[in-house]
Ligand binder design. Structure first.
Ligand code: DHB
Ligand code: MG
Length: 222
């Protein structure tokens, strides 16, 4: 088994279950055209998030890191008519591209892309606390992952789900002496996650079109 097999099976799955479509492909196209990082989740990962959000009957969703809006669109599509998704994006250029893609997906009425440092907005949401989120997806700058986690736990309802992308990083997460800021960031995140008594958590390794990585899953239990 090698990376080509994993990628080919990933494509086999997304074709068999038709997890890809023109709108999602146009998001990928816009990302290439604007020289943005090609770090969107894959079609199968998008479906995985949709299933997880559906399982917790997600009506209020929070996303940290919009990039071009790929996962935003996947999650926006499973919201009920009165559902809302807030997506935080630090880069104003990315936020602009994401808004256009959200509009193209017909989801502008449910999705609010907020531009600016995510921690600022998370602090505002924690001050306000007028509602809690059912589902949170963290997929932004890795060095801040543990800060994002600490900020989102009190914003997530009991029974709600927090998912974080890229917590395995081709196995580099095994290295306690890594000088890679992203690896250091996710190692700290994983440690904080594992020690949080309010959460029931694990990490799922993930192979396919996007290489070898993993997603952390955490349910708020108390
Ligand atoms: C990186 C970030 C991502 O969100 C991702 O899915 C893959 C890689 C990165 O910054 O290296
Ligand atoms: Mg990612």
């Amino acid at each position: 088994m090698n990376a080509n097999t994993f990628a080919a099976v990933d494509d086999y799955i997304s074709q068999l279950f038709q997890h890809d479509d023109d709108v999602l492909q146009s998001v990928e196209q816009s990302i290439r055209e604007h020289d943005m990082p090609e770090h969107s989740i894959s079609p199968n990962q998008g479906k995985f998030l949709q299933l997880m959000a559906g399982l917790v009957n997600a009506k209020n969703i929070l996303e940290i890191g919009s990039l071009g809006g790929y996962s935003t669109i996947c999650l926006g599509r499973v919201l009920p008519e009165d559902g809302k998704l807030i997506s935080l994006e630090a880069n104003p250029h990315f936020a602009k591209v994401a808004r256009l893609n959200i509009q193209n997906a017909g989801l502008s009425h449910k999705v609010n892309i907020i531009t600016g440092p995510a921690l600022d907005e998370l602090n505002r949401l924690n001050d306000d606390k007028s509602f809690l989120f059912d589902f949170v997806f963290i997929d932004a700058d890795k060095p801040n992952y543990s800060n994002y986690l600490k900020a989102v736990v009190p914003l997530t309802r009991k029974g709600g789900l927090i998912i974080a992308d890229n917590v395995v990083r081709e196995g580099k997460v095994l290295n306690p002496n890594s000088s890679d800021e992203k690896v250091k960031g996710v190692r700290e995140f994983n440690k904080v996650l594992a020690s949080n008594r309010h959460l029931s958590s694990t990490i799922i390794q993930d192979v396919g079109r996007k290489g070898y990585d993993g997603m952390a899953l955490a349910q708020v239990i108390s």
